[in-house]
Design a protein around this ligand. Structure first.
Ligand SMILES: NC(=O)C1=CN([C@@H]2O[C@H](COP(=O)(O)OP(=O)(O)OC[C@H]3O[C@@H](n4cnc5c(N)ncnc54)[C@H](OP(=O)(O)O)[C@@H]3O)[C@@H](O)[C@H]2O)C=CC1
Ligand SMILES: O=C(O)[C@@H]1CCC=N1
Length: 284
């Protein structure tokens, strides 16, 4: 029987950007600090997490043996060595933690082989969160096979839902690459759009502070409307677009520049990179 989210002992393997975002979201939801630990080799990151009142270690195995949940939050390139180290330390233990991997691209098949190096592979859920988890506004895709119990799925859903407003289980593992292409990497696309809005405004004379306030609030306002309005994004766009008005002029310019194809190509590039990261680790 998996514990509830409030009671679960959660350890993060890797304490970088995405781990910090999820931890920040969990703490904001009053998950007890005493239940969260992090292993992180870099002392700068480790000290930041310690200053937040979390238990930290440079050793990946220090907390994982007693954890209910181990969140694999290292870069895909180091995942294999880390998983093997953990798998060997758990050995033949009857009770290994539930593993939640956030590593882009690394497939269940590989994770099971690496974690199973010391004996039986633990139950593993793959998730693809995004950094807005830090402010409780994350979007996460999840995938698990039949080796993960209903309880373990529910615990994972509760954990990701505590930092995400959209928590979507996908029906096939390969769809997680598509999730990575739209929502895992997605915050960067919107940040880039805002960067470009600001630089355009500044180049036309608006002070940078004013341009930043106007562009960022426009992004937030549009986002709030997207999640709260019953209308589809296309209709929301039409509502802003007066016939032959200013928005129309901008939209025509986007269309002429091939925005739709550009976005499609960019998402496909991210999806392809996610597939490649998985393949490179499978081949190495
Ligand atoms: N950033 C994002 O928006 C998202 C990231 N992800 C996934 O999350 C994972 C982490 O990404 P991100 O947080 O951005 O990366 P970071 O580099 O910020 O974090 C990874 C952390 O792991 C540490 N680390 C390196 N080697 C080990 C080791 N052997 N044992 C334990 N920890 C180690 C790194 O330390 P050091 O700096 O010393 O190398 C670093 O602090 C990736 O797999 C990525 O695909 C998923 C969704 C979104
Ligand atoms: O850029 C990356 O590879 C990671 C995965 C999704 C977001 N950041």
């Amino acid at each position: 029987m998996a514990p509830s989210l409030q009671d679960a002992k959660i350890t993060f393997i890797g304490g970088g950007n995405m781990a910090a975002a999820i931890i920040g979201g969990l703490l904001a939801r009053n998950i007890p600090k005493a239940n969260i630990s992090v292993s992180e080799p870099w002392d700068v990151n480790r000290n930041k997490l310690a200053d937040m009142g979390l238990r930290v270690s440079a050793s990946n195995t220090e907390f994982s043996a007693e954890a209910d949940v181990a969140i694999l939050a290292v870069k895909p390139q180091v995942a294999r060595d880390v998983c093997r180290e953990l798998g060997e330390s758990w050995g033949q233990k009857t009770r290994a933690p539930l593993v939640i991997s956030i590593a882009a691209g690394i497939q269940l098949k590989e994770l099971k082989a690496w974690f199973g190096a010391g004996g039986k592979a633990p139950p593993i859920v793959r998730t693809m969160p995004n950094t807005p988890a830090l402010v409780g506004e994350g979007a996460s895709g999840l995938y698990a096979d039949e080796d993960v119990s209903k309880d373990e799925r529910e615990l994972t859903s509760a954990l990701m839902a505590s930092v995400s407003q959209a928590t979507e289980w996908v029906s096939e593992e390969k769809l997680l690459d598509v999730v990575t292409g739209i929502s895992g990497s997605g915050p960067a696309y919107f940040f880039m759009m805002v960067e470009n809005l600001i630089s355009s405004a500044v180049s036309q004379g608006l002070p940078v502070e004013q341009a930043t306030r106007l562009a960022t609030q426009t992004c937030l306002g549009a986002g709030r409307m997207l999640v709260s309005s019953p209308e589809q994004p296309e209709q929301l766009r039409r509502n802003v677009t007066s016939p032959n008005g200013t928005t129309h002029a901008a939209i025509e310019s986007f269309k002429a520049a091939g925005l739709e194809q550009m976005v499609d190509q960019a998402v496909r590039a991210a999806v392809k990179r996610s597939e490649e990261l998985g393949q490179a680790m499978a081949d190495s």
